[in-house]
Design a protein around this ligand. Structure first.
Ligand SMILES: [Zn+2]
Length: 278
């Protein structure tokens, strides 16, 4: 497996009652960061995995009925905290990013896509089809804001389902195989079904820390993976498939039990965000 270097960025956050994200949680509101990852590839250069929030999210949720999204899921993005601005401060021009990987099409994962006009967009065909095929209201109910999809996405999309399948290392069991996005073993997309149509994670080998599994929204927190506690069926069934959410979480829990040192990063995990700030 070809090694890369991974850095996490926090691009805003949203607020939910804890009870909506984990069974038995309290009603108190909890801050859930929106994480994005920069993956430095030795040949392909900077690669971005998910974008978090972006000013485009706030523009897209200005009109009705999209404004309801913002009311239901209050989001905050400090000035300059979008991932493209953070990369610029780190010396990386968004125009130099040639690959953008989207775990799924929820607005808090794709809002910054417009900032990377030169990137191939690696995603699930199933996810893009679902995002494009619904009307405005149905899309909104599914967490999709069609205004955030770039108009040329059909020509820039490269689908996980069409990439070569490769076996994963034994250390990643019970996950056994993946889609080899670039064909060099560096970016391995793994389907994590349940959260919504076409929801995938990404396995990379970080030169400093070893295997790193970006699990997107397969879990709300590392704590949920360690304790194997899914969200209430009412909330996981709203956007996706509750039983599959539970099966995927159980598989991540089994992976963590077999290999507790592996880095598992849920996209909204407060612990993972705190590590960035240390
Ligand atoms: Zn999501």
């Amino acid at each position: 497996m070809r090694e890369v270097a991974v850095s996490l960025f926090r691009a805003g956050h949203c607020v939910h009652p804890q009870r909506a994200t984990i069974r038995g949680g309290s009603v108190r509101p909890v801050i859930f960061p929106a994480l994005s990852a920069l993956i430095m590839h030795p040949v392909e250069g900077p690669i971005v995995f998910d974008t978090g929030y972006d000013p485009a999210f706030f523009a897209a949720t200005q009109p009705f009925p999209e404004r309801f999204y913002r009311w239901l899921t209050p989001a905050t993005l400090p000035e300059g905290a979008d991932v493209a601005s953070q990369l610029r401060r780190a010396g990386i021009a968004a125009g130099d990013v040639r690959h953008l990987i989207l775990s799924h099409f929820h607005a808090d994962h794709i809002a910054g896509t417009h900032a990377f006009p030169n990137a191939a967009i690696h995603c699930a065909r199933e996810g893009l089809r679902a995002a494009c095929s619904s009307g405005r209201i149905k899309a909104l109910l599914g967490g999709i804001l069609p205004a955030l999809l770039p108009p040329d996405i059909a020509t820039r999309a490269r689908f996980f389902e069409e990439a070569a399948r490769v076996p994963l290392l034994d250390a990643l069991q019970p996950f056994t195989d993946a889609a080899d996005i670039l064909g060099d073993g560096s970016l391995l997309a793994v389907e994590l079904p349940g959260h919504c149509p076409g929801h995938w994670g990404l396995v990379v080998t970080d030169a400093r820390h070893g295997e790193h599994f970006l699990v997107a929204d397969a879990a709300w927190s590392s704590d949920a993976i360690r304790r194997n506690v899914p969200p209430p069926r009412l909330t996981s069934g709203l956007l996706g498939h509750a039983r599959r959410v539970e099966q995927t979480l159980a598989a991540l829990h089994a992976l963590w039990r077999r290999n507790p040192t592996i880095r598992l990063t849920p996209a909204h995990c407060p612990e993972c965000a705190a590590e960035i700030e240390m």
